[in-house]
Design a protein around this ligand. Structure first.
Ligand code: NG1
Ligand code: MG
Length: 496
């Protein structure tokens, strides 16, 4: 959370260099465009600009909301939010890019509700506003003018949503003179407040967006949020490639993302029951991480930890792959609609599954994924830290873990899609040692570990094999850009 007072264009130049680690005329120009756009729209310069980046998750998918540590890094692509006081009592929100609605909302945070059916991008700004008012313990007495500029491609699994929430929250806090900000606290409240938009997310994206550092991956722990630095081995270049399939997470939450959160909660309840806790207690279990503690206390079957791909416990206790709505209600001795009544987003997922008559919940595979993925994250960190492995051996281990992670996301968690699987295949063929989907999945990006000396060749081949094939299929040419983030990330995105 770098901060600085910018009074002149020269200050701005220095600030941009400091934040992004490399002089970039395009970056400087972007701030100028935001300031000029703001003046044009609202008649005066902004008082504050909040900034927060997107992220790429190297490993640890769909386990943050289960309480397990993840290993992301921030990317250079970010969202910047310019703000100043307005003359009235509304918060006015606009976007510098075209194609975004312009909206107002009330300055009383208690009056705000998110329309999660007709989802709007302004919900994220609203979420940050509510969170920041709560954190600051006050709300503004005057209205605000806001202009946003975001570079993180939408629905790409690079967390454009959290970049917007975090940048907005920082801008609001600065406007309310909240004083010294503690990164972990801001990460915590932004993770909570983003749920306002209707996704039951964990805290990974907000944590790395707020607490990420240039040139450094982080192991992010939860409850409470804290991070450990991860130094990646020499020769590790992570290349992000966009599958161009847009993952509309907030829109399809009930059938995809939130449904997974629900399935994990049901798996935890069932595992709890079968470990001998009471029905009341089992229904109160929220995460698979809580079950891990129960296993330590109560499991007296064959040895072998709950973690890892060979989770003896899950295999033995969840003897069937799929459990139907009715079976679960019988075992838990409660209607699922009642069990989830306290959480509208989760309840919507239960209802959507019921309405669609999906036949049941694949609890064993979901739990297998979570425990094995949690173990892979720790192995990834251990390989990075290993004093005995050569860099070559480290890279080999990271690549294996990334490949296993993708297979688990695809086969056990069912959060991949044809485009992502095809892109992973192309990336591997083009020389990636390991490749996997990153972020929630169902579209969005892959991240590949590519040997340093093969990056150019890799990009050329992926362009030919994936993007040209896409162009032929879709009949248009995506605008491509290649950008370097510090030493480690090359982002390849389709603009807009
Ligand atoms: P995306 O959809 O990639 O921004 C989401 C969640 C994360 C995490 C990943 C899956 C939000 C804001 N982020 O990321 O917390 O659960 O999916 O690992 O919902
Ligand atoms: Mg997101």
């Amino acid at each position: 959370m770098a901060d600085g007072t910018v009074k002149t264009w020269k200050d701005l130049d220095r600030f941009v260099k400091e934040v992004y680690g490399s002089p970039g005329k395009d970056l400087y120009d972007r701030y100028v465009a935001l300031i000029e756009g703001f003046k044009e729209k609202y008649g005066k310069a902004p008082e504050i600009i909040g900034r927060s980046p997107g992220r790429v998750n190297l490993i640890g998918e769909h386990i943050d909301y289960e309480g397990y540590s993840v290993l992301p890094m921030a990317i250079k692509q970010d969202t910047i939010v310019a703000i100043s006081e307005s003359g009235d009592d509304k918060v006015h929100v606009a976007n510098l890019r075209s194609g975004f609605s312009e909206e107002d909302f009330d300055i009383d945070p208690a009056a705000l509700v998110a329309d999660t059916v007709n989802h709007s991008w302004v919900n994220y700004v609203m979420a940050a506003y509510i969170g920041a008012c709560q954190y600051a313990g006050q709300r503004p007495t005057r209205g605000l003018n806001i202009l946003v500029e975001g570079q993180v491609p939408h629905g790409s699994g690079l967390s454009s949503s959290s970049a917007l929430v975090c940048a907005s929250a920082l801008a609001f806090l600065a406007m309310s003179h909240t004083g010294h900000l503690v990164g972990a606290e801001v990460a915590q409240f932004t993770a909570e407040c983003e749920k306002f938009v209707g996704t039951e997310s964990g805290g990974m994206d907000q944590a790395i967006s707020i607490m990420g550092e240039l040139g450094m991956a982080k192991l992010v722990h939860f409850h409470p949020i804290r991070t450990e630095d991860v130094t990646l081995p020499d020769g590790a270049i992570f290349v992000i490639a966009n599958s161009l399939a847009v993952s509309q997470k907030a829109v399809s939450a009930a059938k995809q993302y939130n449904l997974r959160v629900v399935e994990c909660r049901l798996a935890a309840a069932l595992l709890g029951l079968r470990l001998g806790v009471s029905k009341d207690k089992a229904r109160e279990l929220r995460t698979l991480r809580e079950v891990e503690d129960l296993v330590r206390e109560k499991w007296n079957g064959p040895k072998g930890s709950v973690m890892g791909a060979e989770s003896e416990v899950v295999r033995k206790l969840l003897d069937k792959k799929v459990y139907t709505h009715g079976e679960l209600e019988k075992e838990l001795d409660m209607e699922l609609e009642d069990m989830f009544a306290g959480n509208p987003s989760q309840l919507a997922s239960i209802k959507a599954a019921h309405d669609r008559d999906v036949g049941g919940f694949n609890l064993r595979d979901r739990a297998m994924h979570v425990y094995s993925e949690a173990a892979r994250v720790l192995e990834f960190k251990a390989a990075c830290d290993s004093p005995t492995l050569t860099s070559e051996q480290q890279l080999e281990e990271l690549a294996r873990l990334m490949d296993d992670s993708h297979a688990s996301c695809r086969d056990l968690y069912n959060c991949s899609c044809d485009e992502l699987d095809e892109l992973v295949r192309v990336c591997k063929k083009a020389g990636a040692r390991g490749s996997r989907l990153t972020g929630a999945g169902w579209g969005g990006c892959t991240v590949s570990l590519v040997p340093q000396d093969k990056v150019e060749q890799f990009i050329a081949e992926v362009k030919r094999e994936y993007y040209m094939a896409e162009v032929n299929r879709k009949g248009g040419l995506p605008k491509e850009e290649v950008k370097k983030d510090g030493k480690k990330v090359v982002l390849w995105e389709k603009d807009g």
